[in-house]
Design a binder for this molecule. Structure first.
Ligand SMILES: [Fe+2]
Length: 192
């Protein structure tokens, strides 16, 4: 995928917001404005070709990922989530804003406790929804059967180099996040 102009504009807006007192609030507001018309937005973001969607070593096909911008302060990407996989709980250690412009993204949450993490109420991001997730947020994403999600994820840092955790979905044991661990902790969704 080539970065479309609409995403280049969003990246410019996010970069400008980094000088604000609360960049994540400014970016959240800009994302809400962008997602007021998700159909128009979807029409401006190219679809991933089949060969752009990776199959993981363990055989999971999570969805396409296109990084429109990455530096130490900001990562902006188009992220598809395909039904069929329950992705594992993980944290980001930075503020995140997620907007869904097609399909739906199921969000499950956990909160840190004295001795680990515990499940919290989840929600489904429907088409047009924009959700901020705080620095301490722990979530897991999946897509409902038949409703693959197309989304924009904005991270207020370099999501590919930050040290963060991924959790075993069965035991909730905490591990250092690596691509291999993430793949190991993916589960087949029974409804798909
Ligand atoms: Fe995430």
């Amino acid at each position: 995928m080539q970065t479309p102009p609409v995403l280049e504009e969003l990246v410019a807006t996010c970069k400008a917001a980094l000088d604000d007192d609360s960049p994540h609030n400014t970016i959240h507001a800009a994302m809400r404005e962008l997602f007021v018309d998700p159909v128009a937005l979807a029409a401006q973001v190219p679809r991933f070709a089949e060969d752009e969607i990776e199959t993981s070593p363990r055989g999971f096909r999570l969805g396409g990922e296109h990084v429109a911008h990455r530096d130490e302060h900001l990562t902006v990407m188009v992220l598809d989530t395909l039904p069929g996989t329950i992705q594992p709980p993980h944290e980001h250690n930075m503020n995140v804003v997620i907007g869904v412009f097609e399909g739906a993204e199921e969000q499950r949450f956990w909160a840190r406790t004295e001795n680990g993490i515990a499940p919290a109420a989840g929600r489904t991001l429907e088409t047009g929804d924009v959700m901020p997730l705080g620095v301490r947020g722990i979530h897991a994403i999946s897509a409902p059967a038949g409703r693959p999600a197309r989304a924009i994820h904005v991270y207020l840092g370099d999501i590919y180099s930050v040290e963060r955790s991924v959790f075993d979905p069965e035991t909730l044991e905490e591990h250092l996040f690596t691509g291999e661990r993430y793949d190991e902790f993916c589960q087949v969704a029974e409804s798909a």
